[in-house]
Design a protein around this ligand. Structure first.
Ligand code: PLP
Length: 427
């Protein structure tokens, strides 16, 4: 692409587009991507960047993968889309069966939707409607842990961290929820039961008004990139059982191997009552998500009250998305993903270790194929991006976090390059 064409595109982008979490036009010029293949993004001028972000956790197998392309092309020949109200199709059935066979055991029904935020909306609606159907309308609030992130729609915003989320902007509109402090004992820390004291007190005092506890299992993503102790998750499960609350696990970021387990709930051998999946579900090919639940949830909602779940997106169970998701899971099952994720973990641990010596670095942590450097002061996003791009790496830091979650196909040299680019950019 000539520099005139590039300048023209950037100018027109600024004229008509609004980018995520940004002013319009965006204060930092976006990089123009011409194509993407494997681990690499190719920019307008031919420069190639190793994608250290997997396009926000999603592209686990890399871009332009022949198996995923073939699945979508084959599905296109049959049908790109058909409504799901009153109709069904094999791709949806096959994918639901596959999801139920690989997720923690005990889940029984799959509700497909369009994005992670909508999957969480549906989960919240299921939990609230469950108690409504049982004649317990007071049980309508959610308890969650601080430093969580569950999406940008209104119900999901209400369970995001009340300080670093967007509550303050919409304080009159966001549903009031109950917040426990974020778990403090790290993933590999020494467990102490006192960690549960506050959340136990909250549940004991307010369970009559609580429908469910919602959390991201093990890894809190966009709310702080924190990894907490599996014992916390198993004790939250026990707390839900003791006080008759539903447990909603949001595995939109953690699902499909990212943490080193296929699902982060597996670290604590926990089955949630409701499970949200998204992002890597389609290998990053399409916006698509799913909310799974146990049979007692679907039975209560189906047999009492209005007798139907009050949700039904237009593009629910889109056949292209179902087909590519099924191909992505089959591909995952056919590769030694666990070994690859552990190898990425080893390389990130070694490669990010030098960051600990940097004066502005507060913490370095790695779990599975997720590497995080937390700084003491906010990261200068523009500067860090310019530096890593100059090294041939793509990252998108935010707040005090410079982090990476490379595609599982990333080679050792590429992971080393990402880690080294992070250390250099922060020094
Ligand atoms: C844990 C979690 N839940 C929900 C969402 C929202 O997903 P989406 O951006 O697809 O709406 C995200 C997105 O980052 C997430 O990380």
């Amino acid at each position: 692409m000539s520099s005139e064409m590039y300048e023209d595109l950037v100018r027109r982008d600024a004229e008509v587009l609004w980018h995520p979490y940004s002013a319009a036009p965006a204060p930092i010029l976006p990089y123009v991507v011409k194509s993407a293949s494997g681990t690499r993004l190719t920019l307008h001028d031919g420069r190639q960047l190793i994608d250290g972000m997997s396009s926000w956790w999603a592209v686990i197998h890399g871009y332009n993968h022949p198996d995923l392309n073939a699945a979508m092309n084959a599905q296109l020949d049959d049908m790109a889309h058909v409504m799901f109200g009153g109709l069904t199709h094999e791709p949806a059935i096959l994918l639901a069966e596959k999801l139920l066979s690989i997720t923690p055991s005990g889940l029984a029904k799959v509700f497909f939707c369009d994005s992670g935020s909508v999957a969480v909306e549906v989960a919240i609606k299921m939990a609230v409607q469950y108690w409504l159907s049982l004649g317990r309308p007071a049980k309508k609030r959610l308890l969650t842990i601080r430093q969580g992130y569950h999406g940008d729609t209104f119900a999901t915003m209400s369970v995001c961290d009340p300080v670093n989320g967007m509550h303050h902007l919409f304080s009159d509109l966001v549903m009031p929820q109950v917040f426990a402090k974020a778990p403090q004992i790290p993933f590999d820390g020494v467990w102490d039961d006192s960690e549960m004291a506050e959340i136990r007190e909250l549940v004991a005092a307010r369970h009559d008004e609580l429908a469910a506890i919602i959390l991201e299992p093990i890894v809190q993503g966009a709310g702080g990139m924190r990894f907490y102790h599996p014992q916390y998750l198993s004790q939250v499960r026990a707390l839900c059982d003791e006080y008759d609350l539903l447990l909603i696990a949001d595995e939109i970021a953690t699902g499909f191997g990212r943490t080193g387990e296929l699902f982060a709930c597996n670290y604590a051998a926990v089955t949630p009552d409701i499970l949200c999946l998204g992002k890597a579900l389609t290998g990053g090919y399409m916006s698509f998500a799913a909310t799974l639940c146990k049979s007692f949830v679907s039975e209560v909602i189906s047999q009492k009250g209005p007798g139907i779940l009050m949700h039904g997106p237009t593009f629910m169970a889109n056949p292209l998305a179902c087909s590519v998701a099924l191909a992505s899971i089959n591909l995952l099952e056919s590769i030694p993903w666990r070994e690859r994720v552990l190898e990425i973990e080893r390389l990130l641990k070694a490669g990010l270790e030098p960051c600990r010596e940097l004066p502005d670095v507060k913490d370095v942590r790695v779990l599975g194929a997720i590497g995080v450097v937390e700084t003491k002061t906010p990261v200068d996003v523009k500067k860090v991006q310019e530096r890593v791009v100059a090294r041939g790496v793509w990252l998108r830091p935010f707040s005090n976090l410079c982090y990476t979650m490379p595609p599982f196909i990333a080679k050792a040299d590429e992971v080393k390059e990402i880690a080294s680019a992070i250390c250099e950019a922060l020094s």
